[in-house]
Design a binder for this molecule. Sequence first.
Ligand SMILES: *[C@@H]1O[C@H](CO)[C@@H](O)[C@H](O)[C@H]1NC(C)=O
Ligand SMILES: *[C@@H]1O[C@H](CO)[C@@H](O)[C@H](O)[C@H]1NC(C)=O
Ligand SMILES: *[C@@H]1O[C@H](CO)[C@@H](O)[C@H](O)[C@H]1NC(C)=O
Length: 102
Amino acid sequence: MKCWISLLFVAIASIQCISASKVYVGNLSWNSTDEGLRLLFEEFGQVIDSVVMRDRDSGRSRGFGFVTMATDEQARMAIEALNDTEFDGRRIKVNAAIPFRN
Ligand SMILES: *[C@@H]1O[C@H](CO)[C@@H](O)[C@H](O)[C@H]1NC(C)=O
Ligand SMILES: *[C@@H]1O[C@H](CO)[C@@H](O)[C@H](O)[C@H]1NC(C)=O
Ligand SMILES: *[C@@H]1O[C@H](CO)[C@@H](O)[C@H](O)[C@H]1NC(C)=O
């Protein structure tokens, strides 16, 4: 019995590992904001988190960011719809983020 329960936890952990709901957004305009990204991606589902990476000293956008959608399906639709489209005057790159382990 104990053995079965352990196996179940391993299975759940693996599924979370390959989750692809995090999206990389590149070639962002210098003036793009977390909120601007959120509004753009909300058209395709629920945005859990959106962040534009900034230079620690100047606070200026570093030209890329990440958006986490509620489901993999929403992330996939947003990637298909938004990759290579214009946002804040620039043609943005939208891809599945490389999944990180913490
Ligand atoms: C950023 O700049 C572009 C082009 O100048 C402009 O269209 C856009 O509204 C600006 N976005 C923000 C969030 O200020
Ligand atoms: C980034 O956006 C600019 C302005 O839309 C575009 O000219 C350029 O080709 C884009 N860069 C990439 C790598 O797509
Ligand atoms: C996004 O667009 C670029 C340039 O057209 C392409 O190389 C890339 O494969 C596309 N990525 C996805 C996830 O469709």
